[in-house]
Design a protein around this ligand. Sequence first.
Ligand code: ZN
Length: 704
Amino acid sequence: MCVSNICEEHAKNELERLAKLIYYYDRLYYLKDASPISDYEYDALRIRNKEIEMRFPDLVRFDSPSKRIGVEGSERFDKVEHRVPMLSIENALSDKEVYEFIKRIKRFLRLSKESFLEFTVEPKIDGLSLALRYERGELIYASTRGDGRFGEDLTANARVIPDIPCVLRGICPKVLEVRGEVYMNHKDFLDLNKEQKKIGCMIFSNPRNAASGSLRQFDVSVTAARRLKFFAYGWGVVSDIPSDTQLGMVKCLSHYGFRVNPLTELCHNAESMIRSYRFFEKNRFALSYEIDGVVYKVNSLFLQKRLSCLSRSPRWAIAYKFLPEKAMTVLRAIDIHVGRTGVLTPVALFDPVIVRGVVMKKATLHNDYYISGDRRDLRLGDTVIVQRAGDVIPQIVDILLEKRLNTSIPYMFPSSCPSCHSPIVRYGQGYRCIKGLLCPAQALERLHHFVNAFNIKGLGIERIKKFFYSVSSSIAIKSPVDIFTLENRQKCSLDLNKLENMKGFGKQSLRKIYNAINARRVVVLSHFLFSLGIPHVGELVALRLARYYISYALFENSVKESLRNKDKTLNKAFKELLSIEGIGLVIAEAILNFYNDEYNSIFLERLLKEITILDEECFSIGNSPFLGKTIVFTGCLKAMSRAEAKTRIKNLGAKAANSISFKTDLLVIGSAPGLKLKKAADLGIQMMNEEEWMAIISSYDHVH
Ligand SMILES: [Zn+2]
């Protein structure tokens, strides 16, 4: 229930429940190195608690989680008091909260909204915080965060971590308490678990638990063997502060002999702070250690002091955690999708869940092997973990077998095509319906592909479906040929079957559709070859074929010549086909198979009566640097219009797109570029300005 709707009684009960629950999880986490719920779920509990407390300040409990950090140290180790409390850091869960954090600080410092304020950004290491006290450069003690006031004495354990110097280098403050994170590299974590499994010991659920469990050992030799690492990023008591900025202090720590995170950087505004977050979010898996977000800190120590601390966290810092990429849900159904070439792709349908701010309700399962192949056994009703990482298609990454229902049964892949009910055949690790265009699902997909390739405006998938399933012979479009005969068939039809009398088709919109169709009765060879939907012949392959054969007649003759000869290896035409760059045996065979099909021959004969195929214009694009690339323009070009620029790159074998996506290869920047610039930067897309781009394309101009 939304916090603004709850009554006082309800709030009181919920606060009590939350206090108990959070304490329970904290104890497990701090004392047993275990976390049965995800960080995100845990944070959600804390946020809920805080929201209720903000609305009902009188109900804040004496044992409220908001007043406590972690739990009292366990009985296992001696207690150490932190002279400067070891606070935790407030969390931001969205860009908006980062903006608000900056606004709040400026308001507090009475700075104007536009005023300049520096922040450091550093990756948030997912490990265990440790405080190290040095006196006259010598390590005196090391302690964990504990509850923020008292931590556990782990001095002996800290001494065996190579990254933690027992004696500091150079001239340093008399008293210096260094704070940082003990963590474990991914590789060392996996090795450790392998070893643990071998000797029958506890398996750690993540690198953080492994680091914590390895550090908090009575037998120091165990800690020493665990290859723990340490990054220094902060400090507690310092007798004489050697710098006046956060970044300066981090540099000092490095001089004293600590490892500091080299990715720490300065940001000057909210936009660059968010950009930095996106960068880490995207590249986190390339790091050798686990990070779960970034931490922003006000760079000026003078301002940090003025901002001071709230009861639980400093006002001058905030952590922006990554949103979870995984979520738990229940598999409800498996849909079988029949593709254009008859490949059957199972699609998992599950209860909707939000992952990284997007509602997900289905994921591809690729093939049946993925459902019940090697040690996998996915069943309807199973509780599953779904993942959506970066640009990857959502997928099911885990099954929670302990939650499986007793009544569940193994999934049986259908033995026939769900569309045409004919038997299916093995195809790689999956299945295929081989009925071709006789299978309605394939025919519809092919029709859709054709319309897209021909770029016929006004025929979206919903309209195509309507035409495809129509039983009237003057309306039905079963194959691409029918598109071009529609207008004539309509002219001769009875009023009953006239489209203009039907819902959704006004006279004008119908005219528009006819015009769009007629405008495509003339097509260049490359578009035509692509539109046929021959397996493996995508836009680029079609373009290469067209550039080679130039005319359809030459292409068709060559294919027919190849088909006539039984022994293809001796066939000149077939060898020629294979000699074209990018055309291998698989593609060549697919083309021959397509032309060898009787149904396709009839189809082509009928289609060629309706349309004219233009010769491919001859450009020497063989070595075009843009061949097959997707290019986007932003800003105003000096030398030519946007339309001309697009034509130029198309002639060089590239594709022009209007917006930036992960498919974009290059962004060309004119004057006054728009938002695309930022997006491209975020995605790490190659960019060049108009002059650089012109220099490249003009070197190909002589060909025209
Ligand atoms: Zn079928």
